[in-house]
Design a protein around this ligand. Structure first.
Ligand SMILES: NC(=O)c1ccc[n+]([C@@H]2O[C@H](COP(=O)([O-])OP(=O)(O)OC[C@H]3O[C@@H](n4cnc5c(N)ncnc54)[C@H](OP(=O)(O)O)[C@@H]3O)[C@@H](O)[C@H]2O)c1
Length: 264
């Protein structure tokens, strides 16, 4: 039995992609529109939303970091009879940083956008959905494999995504009785504006279009966790099972030695 009702036919479904102006969200919005969904595309920048191909049914600019924006957006959708059947929560930011060089503004933004905003969006959408209970709905969180275990440079990003995955698990358990399915998407490396910040070779990196296809395949199978590319993510899942001692040893051997150890 699958974890969620399988979604194989998108025609006529109202789908809200939050974070649709670039990268994975953009590719998802375009793939969904091409498959007949009525896509509501949201992000802060409006021009990229207007250039989506095929065009989305509705563009709604908003900053998920502002609770009032989210609340107003959901009210607008209610007023236009466009309350979504499916929400893809994709919006996210990435500030790589080491513990010795923490930038607190970056830490704050990471948690505000990647984590806190998710709670705000969920709260307001659940309130709106509660007015028409019993209809099948689906909420898909785009988290990250960076939340599986502690990774260097990911003190803020990885922790924010670990929290998001936790929220995904809790919401899956709790919303089932309300006919609201929940899934969590755990991408490995995807070639987007976000990963342009990385100055290392990213293993098994894929295009946003491939990420969107893999996401929709996972929903068609009714999976709770959709992780890809599997040739990379299965290794990370294996690492997650290791006891700390072994995990730290393996990570240390894979990372460059700090200067003090190199010199001795
Ligand atoms: N790329 C990867 O390798 C990778 C791996 C794992 C997980 N992810 C996750 O996948 C998601 C999409 O990332 P991406 O790689 O596609 O990066 P991206 O191209 O930078 O896309 C991020 C999206 O989030 C939106 N966004 C950011 N801050 C926002 C805000 N305050 N309000 C509304 N929208 C906001 C951006 O739109 P505006 O800037 O126009 O607002 C954009 O549409 C993120 O949650 C990321 O953490 C990515």
């Amino acid at each position: 039995m699958s974890a969620n009702p399988k979604i194989t036919d998108w025609s006529g479904r109202i789908v809200w992609v939050v974070g649709a102006s670039s990268g994975i969200g953009r590719a998802l919005a375009e793939a969904l529109s091409a498959q007949g969904a009525r896509v509501i595309a949201s992000a802060r920048r409006s021009e990229p939303l207007l250039s989506l191909k095929p065009a989305c049914a509705r563009c709604l600019t908003l900053d998920v970091g502002r609770a009032a924006d989210l609340q107003a957006a959901i009210k607008t959708l209610e007023g236009e009879h466009l309350l979504p059947d499916v929400v893809f929560w994709v919006a996210g930011v990435y500030h790589p940083m080491a513990c010795e060089a923490l930038e607190l503004d970056g830490v704050r933004e990471t948690f505000e956008i990647n984590t806190l905003a998710a709670y705000v969006g969920l709260k307001h959408m659940l309130q709106a959905w509660a007015l028409t209970p019993g209809q099948p709905r689906h909420w898909s969180w785009v988290s990250s494999v960076a939340g599986y275990r502690g990774l260097p440079q990911a003190a803020a990003y990885g922790a924010s995504k670990a929290a998001l995955t936790y929220l995904a698990e809790v919401s899956y358990l709790e919303l089932r009785s309300k006919a609201i399915a929940v899934s969590v998407v755990q991408p490995g490396f995807v070639q987007t504006r976000l990963t342009e910040k990385n100055n290392f070779t990213m293993p098994a990196i894929i295009t946003p279009e491939a990420a969107a296809s893999a996401t929709l395949r996972g929903l068609a199978r009714g999976q709770f966790e959709i992780h890809y590319p599997r040739r990379f993510t299965w290794w990370l899942k294996l690492l997650r099972l290791l006891p700390y001692r072994l995990y730290f040893q393996l990570m240390r051997s894979a990372l460059p030695n700090p200067p003090s150890q190199r010199d001795s």
